[in-house]
Ligand binder design. Structure first.
Ligand code: FAD
Ligand code: NAI
Length: 476
């Protein structure tokens, strides 16, 4: 007879493994289905995030930043370093070591929380007696388990473009772009989104000449306009060549290089040759072949599984979370949904304020924001006030040599409630947490302005920007 669980989770990415851990903490008998194999052919937990996403990309960003500092910026501090060189195999090996440590860490969490790992890929196979049936295919054989509740957390994969064959050697998506064996002299990147800018930065710092080709006429359209303008200035000054409004033509891969033609925003045709090409044009949900029809579900026209604000699907007891459902494709968004769903199953009343989910782009400087942009507030017709303060006059920023960027605070014109906070700074990923906490607590700009911030610190700029909302910044 099939083994019965209270909860079966499909997928062990950040959304799925966190849902499994929280459900186990709440006393449920939990299984998690996962069939991901790493390049060595070993089964691995952690999904996109740990294996080929957040963690490996941040490891390479950190290594390449160390190299760039040693090669170009230590001199500003009066320190001269000669003969700086890159050992790509060692750098990529360090990244792989971090990935292994993290993915093994989830195996430990599963053992600690007595979560059963069902090894293979799973699909729904109808229901009987109040239990959903889940078939797990591993090495050709299918094993059936049953559960009262199923959480679908199958994530997403890179979107590819017709006519451009990704082989993850010459033409790469995120998987290949995190594992180059040498620094390509000429690197092409299709898509100036989050992956294009982060991975483009890694290889530019290590010495590639990077050309980013973006279809949209505007740069970083999701960001506040002041942020995208400043980032355009900073990134192009660093040497990233970014072409907006392009229309791709023919792409042909040779043995050692890729030839690509495109039309620029003015309609002029260009031919370029690259030693490697990264395709980073968004991600698509993994929602095919999940047996959804066997439980009366289907994907929507965009390929996602429809859910309500609490990640409930139309089938009672089946939930979907993370990249496979609406909302930003971010690890922390999926994790929070995992916790929420496990607590819902336990009869609690959890809730996520999607407006308070922070975004970070790990370029140098980093870009981070939470809440609304100025252009969104204008479009909504909301009366707002804005305050902005630069790092260029902050003593800590000058001391560390990180004086690029600013904090911009948007607050309601009548109530002073924080509506959005936007940061460009070397440590924007950490600074934004203060704003996220403040917004969760429905704080006002004045609340941040009245809180004592340590001196000297980058966080003083957050306070000054909050003061600037009422035109009373102290240091400018
Ligand atoms: P995934 O992590 O994709 O995991 C889904 C899992 O489900 C996979 O392991 C897959 O094997 C498994 N699966 C699929 N089908 C089945 C099935 N039928 N049965 C069982 N298992 C199945 N986000 C951030 O917040 N910060 C970052 O810095 C960041 N950096 C990124 C960098 C890159 C290069 C990329 C590609 C993404 C990055 N992201 C980042 C996005 C982040 O990785 C995703 O939002 C996150 O991984 C989504 O989590 P998930 O659990 O929904 O899906
Ligand atoms: P993206 O959606 O961020 O950017 C894709 C870009 O490609 C867009 O600017 C789009 O206009 C452009 N594009 C689409 N089709 C094109 C074409 N035919 N020619 C040229 N340009 C084209 O997607 P990306 O960078 O692939 O990342 C996927 C997702 O992964 C992100 O949206 C994000 O959710 C997640 N991610 C998050 C990170 C973080 O939190 N720091 C880091 C990396 C990824």
């Amino acid at each position: 007879m099939a083994e019965r669980f209270d909860v079966i989770v499909l997928g062990a990415g950040p959304a799925g493994y966190i849902a499994a851990v929280r459900a186990a903490q709440l006393g449920f008998k939990v299984a998690c289905v996962e069939g991901w194999r790493n390049p060595k052919g070993e089964l691995a937990l952690g999904g996109t995030c740990l294996n080929v996403g957040c963690i490996p990309s941040k490891a390479l960003l950190a290594s390449s930043e160390q190299y760039e500092n040693a090669a170009h910026h230590l001199d500003d501090h009066g320190i001269s370093v000669k003969g700086v060189s890159v050992d790509v195999a060692k750098m990529v090996g360090r990244k792989d070591g971090i990935v292994t440590k993290m993915t093994k860490g989830i195996e430990f969490l599963f053992r600690k929380n007595k979560i059963t790992w069902l090894k293979g890929f799973g699909k729904l196979a109808g229901s009987a007696d109040g239990y959903y049936r889940v078939e797990v295919a591993a090495d050709g054989a299918a094993q059936v388990s049953e559960a009262k509740n199923v959480i679908i957390a199958t994530g997403s994969k890179a979107r590819h473009l017709p006519g451009i064959t990704v082989d993850n050697a010459l033409i790469c998506d995120n998987e290949g772009a995190l594992a180059f064996d040498s620094v390509p002299a000429r690197l092409g990147v299709i898509g100036a989104g989050v992956i294009g800018l982060e991975l483009g930065s890694v290889w530019r710092r290590l010495g590639s000449e990077v050309t980013v080709l973006e279809a949209m006429p505007t740069f970083l359209a999701a960001c506040d306009e002041a942020v995208s303008k400043e980032c355009w200035k900073l990134f192009t000054k660093q040497g990233l060549k970014i072409e907006l409004g392009v229309q791709l033509g023919q792409v042909s891969a040779g043995k050692k290089s890729v030839k690509l033609s495109y039309t620029d925003a003015k309609g002029v045709e260009h031919q370029q040759e690259f030693d490697r090409l990264i395709v980073s044009v968004g991600r698509v949900p993994n929602a095919g072949d999940l047996g959804l029809e066997s439980v009366g579900l289907a994907v929507n026209e965009r390929g996602f599984i429809d859910v309500d604000d609490h990640c409930r699907t139309a089938a009672n007891g089946i939930y979907a979370i993370g990249d496979v459902v609406r909302g930003p494709m971010l690890a922390h968004k999926g994790e929070d949904e995992g916790v929420m769903v496990a607590e819902l199953i336990a009869g609690q009343k959890p809730h996520i304020d999607y407006n308070c989910i922070p975004w970070v782009i790990y370029t140098s400087p980093e870009i981070a924001w939470v809440g609304k942009t100025e252009q969104q507030l204008k479009a909504e017709g909301r009366a707002y006030k804005a305050g902005q303060f630069p790092f260029a006059v902050n003593g800590r920023a000058l001391g560390t040599g990180d004086s690029d960027g600013f904090v911009k605070v948007l607050a309601d014109a009548n109530t002073d409630e924080l509506l959005g906070v936007h940061v460009i700074a070397s440590s924007a990923s950490d600074l934004i947490s203060e704003a996220a906490v403040a917004m969760e607590f429905k704080a006002s700009a004045e609340d941040i302005a009245r809180i004592c911030h340590p001196h000297p610190s980058m966080s003083e700029v957050m306070r000054e920007a909050a003061l600037a909302v009422d035109k009373r910044a102290l240091n400018m």
